[in-house]
Design a protein around this ligand. Structure first.
Ligand SMILES: Nc1nc2c(ncn2[C@@H]2O[C@H](COP(=O)(O)OP(=O)(O)OP(=O)(O)O)[C@@H](O)[C@H]2O)c(=O)[nH]1
Ligand SMILES: [Mg+2]
Length: 412
C-alpha cells in the first residue's frame, strides 16, 4: 500500500486549498429587507452578518428604487427597498411592482443563487404601529408572488420593551397574514437611561427561523455568513465531525498499523476544511499549521508519526495499555473526533471574541489547542467517535448558548 506521508506544512496547504474550494462553492444567499425609514434595517443587517453590508456605499440599483448590496468574495446579497411612506398614494402598488419584478427575474434565471431566498419585513416596536398600508402590502405581495413561496419573516426591531413587543406581536399575528413568523429582536444593546441598558437579543432566533425556511442550497451559506448564532455554527460543524469520525472508523475497521496512521489524514483535512467553512472566519495557513502541530503533528516530522500517535494513545480511555501497535476503528474515530472538536472549540472562542484569529498561532494559542485536544481525547466514546457526554454540555459551549436573557440589565 502506498501511504502518503504528510508533514504539517503540507497538511495545512491541503486544508487551505479545500477551504478555498468549499468557500467558492457556497451559493450566494439573497435577503430582501423592507420596512419604513429608520426602523433599524441597517442596524439589523450589520449585527447579523460578519460583513457590515449596510455600510458599503449606496449599493447597486436593480430597479429605480431597489438597491443591491454585496461585497466581493462574500456570498451574501442584501436587497434594500424603500419604505412605503416614500411612494406617495400609489406606494403599495409601486413597491409591489418593483419587488415582484426582482423576484420573478431571479427565479427566471433558473439559478438558485439568483433567487430571493427570504424577506425580512421590519416593523419598529417603539412605533407601536403596524400600519394598514403595510398590512395591505404584505397581503398583496403574498397574493402576487404566492407561486414562488418566498418566505416572509416580520422582524420587530428595537424590541427593548417586553410589553410593547408582546402587544405588537399579538396584533400582527391576529392578522393571519400567511407569513412565516413574527420575530422580535434588539439588534444592538439599547441604553434606556444612565442606569439601564437593554441587552441585544433575538438575532440567533432569526437565524434559526431562516434556516428552517430557506432553500437547502443556501443553508450552509447562512451558517457561514451570519455571526449572531454561534450555536448554529457549532451544530453544523459537529455534523462534519461526526461524518469524518465515522469515515475514520471505517478506515480502521480492519485495524491499521501505527506506521499507516497517515491513512487518516485525508479525512481529517476534509473535516478541518469543512469546519473552517462553517465558521466563515478569515483563517490563514499559519492558523491551520498551529492547530495541526498542537494536536496530531509535530513541526518537522510526519503528521500522526509514531511519537505523536503513542502520545495520543496514552490518553484514549481503555487504549493506553495496548501495545499491539495497531489502530482500531474506534481509536481512529476517537482521534479524528477529538481533533475536530478541539478545532470547533478554538473557532468558537474566536467567534465569541475571546481570541483573535491572529492569536491562534501564538505559544499561548497552541497551548489552548493542545489542552482542548487532550481533554477531548480523554472522553469515553462509542465506536463511531460519538462522545458519551454531548458537546453541548461542555463548558465552552454553554457560554455560546446563554440562558434567555432578562430584558433588563443594570449598568455598572
Ligand atoms: N441601540 C439600538 N439602536 C437601534 C437599533 N435598531 C435601530 N437603532 C437606531 O435607530 C436608528 C435608525 O436605525 P437604522 O438601522 O439606520 O434604520 P434604517 O431602517 O436602516 O433606516 P433607513 O436606512 O434610513 O431607512 C439609528 O440611530 C440606530 O442606531 C437597535 O437594535 N439598538
Ligand atoms: Mg439603512
Amino acid at each position: 500500500m502506498n501511504i502518503p506521508d504528510f508533514n504539517v506544512q503540507e497538511m495545512a496547504d491541503e486544508i487551505m486549498k479545500a477551504v478555498k474550494k468549499a468557500r467558492s462553492e457556497l451559493v450566494k444567499l439573497n435577503v430582501m429587507v423592507m420596512g419604513k425609514t429608520g426602523v433599524g434595517k441597517s442596524t439589523l443587517i450589520n449585527n447579523m452578518f460578519s460583513e457590515p453590508l449596510a455600510e458599503v456605499g449606496i449599493g447597486k440599483p436593480v430597479t429605480d428604487e431597489i438597491r443591491k448590496f454585496e461585497k466581493p468574495d462574500f456570498p451574501l446579497a442584501i436587497y434594500d427597498t424603500p419604505g412605503l411612506e416614500l411612494g406617495g398614494v400609489n406606494s403599495v402598488e409601486k413597491l409591489l411592482a418593483g419587488v415582484t419584478k426582482v423576484i420573478t427575474e431571479g427565479i427566471a434565471t433558473g439559478d438558485v443563487g439568483q433567487a430571493i431566498h427570504c424577506i425580512w419585513y421590519c416593523v419598529s416596536t417603539p412605533s407601536h404601529r403596524f400600519e394598514k398600508t403595510e398590512k395591505l402590502f404584505i397581503q398583496r405581495f403574498l397574493e402576487e408572488t404566492g407561486q414562488f413561496k418566498v418566505p416572509v419573516i416580520i422582524v420587530l426591531t428595537q424590541s427593548y420593551s417586553k410589553a410593547d413587543t408582546l402587544a405588537l406581536k399579538t396584533e400582527i399575528e391576529k392578522e393571519n397574514l400567511g407569513i412565516v413568523q413574527v420575530v422580535p429582536v434588539l439588534a444592538s444593546n439599547f441604553e434606556i437611561n444612565e442606569e439601564y441598558t437593554a441587552k441585544a437579543y433575538g438575532l440567533d432566533r432569526l437565524t434559526e427561523v431562516m434556516d428552517n425556511v430557506i432553500p437547502e442550497a443556501v443553508r450552509n451559506t447562512l451558517v457561514a455568513v451570519q455571526k449572531a448564532n454561534i450555536r448554529l455554527k457549532q451544530k453544523k460543524a459537529q455534523l462534519v465531525v461526526a461524518s469524518s469520525a465515522a469515515t475514520a472508523a471505517a478506515t480502521g475497521a480492519v485495524p491499521i498499523p501505527f506506521s499507516d496512521a497517515a491513512l487518516l489524514v485525508p479525512e481529517q483535512i476534509a473535516m478541518l476544511a469543512g469546519i473552517t467553512a462553517v465558521f466563515g472566519l478569515p483563517v490563514e495557513k499559519s492558523t491551520i499549521t498551529a492547530v495541526v502541530s498542537a494536536t496530531i503533528g509535530t513541526v518537522g516530522t510526519t503528521v500522526l508519526g509514531k511519537t505523536v500517535i503513542s502520545g495520543i494513545f496514552k490518553l484514549i480511555p481503555g487504549v493506553g495499555s495496548v501495545i499491539g501497535g495497531m489502530i482500531s476503528g474506534s481509536v481512529a474515530a476517537a482521534i479524528t473526533a477529538a481533533l475536530g472538536e478541539a478545532y470547533i472549540g478554538i473557532m468558537t472562542m474566536v467567534a465569541q471574541g475571546e481570541m483573535k484569529v491572529g492569536e491562534i498561532d501564538s505559544e499561548e494559542g497552541k497551548k489552548v489547542i493542545a489542552r482542548l485536544f487532550k481533554k477531548r481525547l480523554k472522553l469515553k466514546r462509542d465506536d463511531n467517535g460519538i462522545p458519551e457526554i454531548e458537546l453541548k454540555e461542555t463548558k465552552s459551549t454553554k457560554k455560546a448558548l446563554p440562558k434567555p436573557k432578562k430584558s433588563w440589565r443594570k449598568n455598572r
